[in-house]
Design a protein around this ligand. Structure first.
Ligand SMILES: Nc1ncnc2c1ncn2[C@@H]1O[C@H](COP(=O)(O)OP(=O)(O)OP(=O)(O)O)[C@@H](O)[C@H]1O
Ligand SMILES: [Mg+2]
Length: 398
C-alpha cells in the first residue's frame, strides 16, 4: 500500500490562520516549495547566513552541503522557524511564513539525535503529533500504521525506542515527522550518528520514501557522497554563502569555484594564464598551452585556475605524448580497490598531480611504476576554467 501520495500531501495543507500570504494558493504547479528572498542571519556581529536567494521546487529532494560552520543548520532553522531572519522573507508553497512560529508552518524536522520520547512505544511516538493536532483515533491509527509501513517498521510498533537500533530509531523519527503530511520535511544530518554501512542503506531508503511521499525534502549534510547519492539538486555552502546550486553531475563536472571543486571529489588545480593566443586555451606554468571547457574570457592577460579531475587525466609514454600534454614523473602508485591512484610531479603544478586509473591496460601497467617519465593528457572538455587566481586553497572553517 502506498502510505502517502503526492496528492495526499497537497490535499491537506495545514491551515495557517490569519496571516499574510503572497496571494498565491499553496501547491499550484509553478509555486516553489520554498523561497528565500534576501534572507540573512546575523548572530551579534557574526554573519551565519549571507543574504540568500533560493528557490526549492515543490517535491524536490534538495541538499544543503558544506563544511562545519558554513550555515547549514542556520539555513534549515530559518525555514523551520527556529531562528528568525535578520533580513528577508521566507515563503512555503507561496505563503509568507517568516513571522510564523514553527508549529504554524507546514514543516516538520528530523534531527541528528533521534529525540524520540523514551517512555512511549514506537506507535505512540509516531502518533504524538496527530494527538496534539486532535486528529481522531481511527484516523490516527490508520495514519500511524501507514507511516510505519513506509519506513519498514510495521512489526515494531509496540517496542520502546531503547529496544531499537540507531537506524531503526531514526526511521521512527522520519515516520513521526511524515505522519502529519507536512509540505516540507527538514532533515539535519539525520544519519550522522550511524555507521557507514547503515548510513548508505538509509540513504537509499530515504530516497525511496521521498519518491513515495512527494514531499519537499531539505537535507543537510557535510558528506558530499551523501548529497550526491540522494539529492535532485545540491547547494554548496561556504562561510554563509551559497557558492553553487545544481544537479550533482553539474556540480561535479562544472564547479564554478575552487572551493566547490575542492569540496566535491578530488581535483587537480593548475595555475594558468589567459592570453590573446588561440581561443579556448590557456597557458600553464611550464609554458604548455592547453584547451579548456568554458566560455571565452575577456581579452588581456589574466591569471586563472584550471581544474582537472584525476579520472580525466590519461597517462602516456613520453614518446607517444599527444600535443598539449604535460611532461611528468610518477612518484607513487596506490591500489585503492576501485581504481589505482598515481601521484605525479610536473613542472606545470606546484602540487602533486593525481591520476585515477580505472583499468590497467598494458600501457598503463608499464607507466604505473614509480619514478617513470610520463606524459599527462586530458580532453579539453574535461578541463574546467575557474576564474580565480592563486594557489592557496580556501580552507574550510572548523
Ligand atoms: N545561536 C548561535 N549564536 C551565535 N552563533 C551561532 C549560533 N548558532 C550558530 N552560530 C554560528 O553560525 C555559524 C553557522 O552555524 P551553523 O550551525 O549553521 O553551521 P553548520 O553548517 O550547521 O555546521 P555543522 O556542520 O558543524 O553542524 C557558525 O559559525 C556558528 O558558530
Ligand atoms: Mg549543523
Amino acid at each position: 500500500m502506498i502510505a502517502f501520495s503526492h496528492s495526499d500531501t497537497m490535499a491537506e495543507p495545514l491551515a495557517v490562520d490569519g496571516h499574510e500570504t503572497s496571494g498565491t494558493s499553496p501547491g499550484t504547479a509553478d509555486t516553489p516549495g520554498i523561497e528565500l528572498r534576501g534572507v540573512s542571519k546575523k548572530y551579534g556581529q557574526h554573519t551565519a547566513v549571507e543574504p540568500t536567494e533560493l528557490e526549492i521546487r515543490d517535491g524536490e529532494f534538495f541538499c544543503l552541503l558544506g563544511p562545519s560552520g558554513c550555515g547549514k543548520t542556520t539555513t534549515l532553522s530559518l525555514i523551520g522557524g527556529f531562528v528568525a531572519p535578520t533580513l528577508g522573507a521566507i515563503f512555503i508553497q507561496g505563503q509568507r511564513v517568516d513571522r510564523l512560529p514553527p508549529h504554524k508552518r507546514n514543516v516538520n524536522t528530523v534531527f541528528q539525535s533521534y529525540a524520540l520520547f523514551p517512555h512511549m512505544t514506537v506507535r505512540e511516538n509516531v502518533a504524538f503529533g496527530l494527538r496534539m493536532a486532535r486528529v481522531d483515533r481511527r484516523e490516527t491509527a490508520t495514519r500511524v500504521s501507514e507511516a510505519l509501513v513506509l519506513v519498514g517498521l510495521e512489526e515494531f510498533g509496540d517496542r520502546m525506542p531503547a529496544q531499537l537500533s540507531g537506524g531503526q530509531q531514526q526511521r521512527v523519527a522520519v515516520a513521526r515527522a511524515l505522519v502529519r503530511r507536512p509540505a516540507v520535511l527538514l532533515l539535519d544530518e539525520p544519519l550522522g550518528a550511524l555507521d557507514l554501512k547503515l548510513r548508505k542503506r538509509l540513504q537509499v531508503e530515504l530516497s525511496l520514501i521521498h519518491r513515495e511521499v512527494g514531499t519537499t525534502f531539505v537535507y543537510v549534510t557535510h558528506d558530499q557522497e551523501e548529497a550526491m547519492t540522494m539529492a535532485d539538486r545540491v547547494a554548496v555552502l561556504n562561510v554563509g554563502k551559497i557558492e553553487q546550486i545544481g544537479v550533482p553531475e553539474e556540480i561535479y563536472k562544472r564547479p564554478r569555484s575552487r572551493f566547490v571543486a575542492d569540496f566535491i571529489g578530488e581535483s587537480n588545480f593548475f595555475a594558468a594564464t589567459v592570453d590573446d593566443g588561440a581561443k579556448g586555451t590557456v597557458v600553464l606554468a611550464d609554458g604548455t598551452r592547453v584547451g579548456h571547457a568554458g566560455r571565452e574570457l575577456n581579452h588581456g592577460t589574466k591569471s586563472v585556475t584550471l581544474m582537472v579531475r584525476p579520472e580525466s587525466i590519461h597517462l602516456f609514454r613520453p614518446q607517444n605524448a599527444p600535443p598539449g600534454s604535460l611532461a611528468a614523473r610518477t612518484i607513487q602508485t596506490a591500489f585503492l580497490g576501485s581504481h589505482t591512484r598515481v601521484a605525479t610531479e610536473c613542472a606545470a603544478s606546484q602540487d602533486l598531480v593525481l591520476i585515477a586509473v580505472h583499468s590497467k591496460g598494458e600501457l598503463e601497467t608499464e607507466v604505473l611504476d614509480a619514478d617513470k617519465e610520463v606524459a599527462l593528457w586530458w580532453k579539453p572538455d574535461d578541463a574546467v576554467l575557474i576564474e580565480e587566481a592563486g594557489s592557496q586553497k580556501k580552507e574550510a572553517q572548523e
